[in-house]
Design a protein around this ligand. Structure first.
Ligand SMILES: C[S@@+](CC[C@H](N)C(=O)[O-])C[C@H]1O[C@@H](n2cnc3c(N)ncnc32)[C@H](O)[C@@H]1O
Length: 231
């Protein structure tokens, strides 16, 4: 398999979550007409589902590789925070064995879709029904995952082996929103992997912090870090 199967609505969400998937003419339209008209009108029509299925797969495969070099993925319980449509988790599911996935995400698409730091954490680009559909369509067994809506405050109460958040936690909104919850659901072996715009800050939060990637060409500069053991 070298691409994800998806429908038009999911493709539209993926483009909002992964803005690098926009083609150059789409970027021009967005600049010309503004984010609101672009996301709510143009994106409904000008979206190449096939191409996005291929490119999203490639991106997620590369993301997987940045992490798989560092950790052993099989037989683990995962929590994905802001995982979008779940492409990374699908790749983990394809490449490894005996895993269970929990997702915490938001269940709406914000009107203007702004990127960058969001103090109030109101920005979201997802639809949880479509996430479920997408995961099943791409081979994840319905008994291997559970999806939680961030805004219901009903979160899984389990200890996790991995907590993963790419370009979401501490990239768009403050880590501290999740701090107490993350302490509750982790133990000393739990690895928390996320992209942050303030890598050094976490040296005072965790005993172990390892930078595995530095990215300079996205909305803002960020570091991907693997952390364990809260101080
Ligand atoms: C830039 S996208 C990244 C999606 C995915 N991780 C990826 O790498 O493609 C950020 C995601 O965070 C989600 N999000 C925003 N606030 C959140 C929160 N408090 N908890 C969980 N997810 C959140 C958004 O809905 C969106 O899908």
């Amino acid at each position: 398999m070298n691409k994800f199967a998806l429908d038009k609505k999911s493709a539209r969400l993926i483009v909002l979550q992964r803005i690098e998937l926009l083609q150059s003419f789409q970027k021009k339209l967005r600049k010309l007409f503004g984010r609101y008209i672009f996301s709510n009108f143009f994106l409904k029509f000008f979206v190449n589902t096939n191409l996005i299925g291929e490119n999203y797969f490639d991106i997620m495969k590369k993301e997987y590789e940045t992490i798989a070099n560092e950790v052993n993925f099989s037989n683990k319980k995962y929590l994905s925070i802001g995982g979008g449509l779940g492409g990374l988790e699908l790749i983990i599911n394809m490449e490894t064995k005996n895993n269970f996935f929990y997702f915490i995400e938001k269940n709406y698409v914000s009107k203007k879709v702004k990127y960058g730091w969001d103090d109030k954490n109101l920005e979201a680009y997802n639809n949880l029904q479509l996430v479920e559909k997408f995961l099943i369509k791409n081979g994840m067994d319905i008994n291997k995952f559970k999806i939680y809506d961030f805004d219901t405050n009903n979160f899984p109460n389990e200890k996790f082996d991995f907590i993963i958040s790419l370009y979401s936690l501490d990239y768009h909104y403050d880590f501290n929103i999740y701090l107490e919850y993350l302490k509750k659901i982790s133990n000393d072996q739990t690895k928390i992997i996320f992209d942050t715009i303030r890598g050094d800050y976490f040296k005072n939060v965790f005993k172990n912090v390892k930078i595995i990637q530095s990215v300079d060409n996205t909305v803002h500069k960020s570091k991907r870090i693997i952390c364990s053991e809260f101080i």
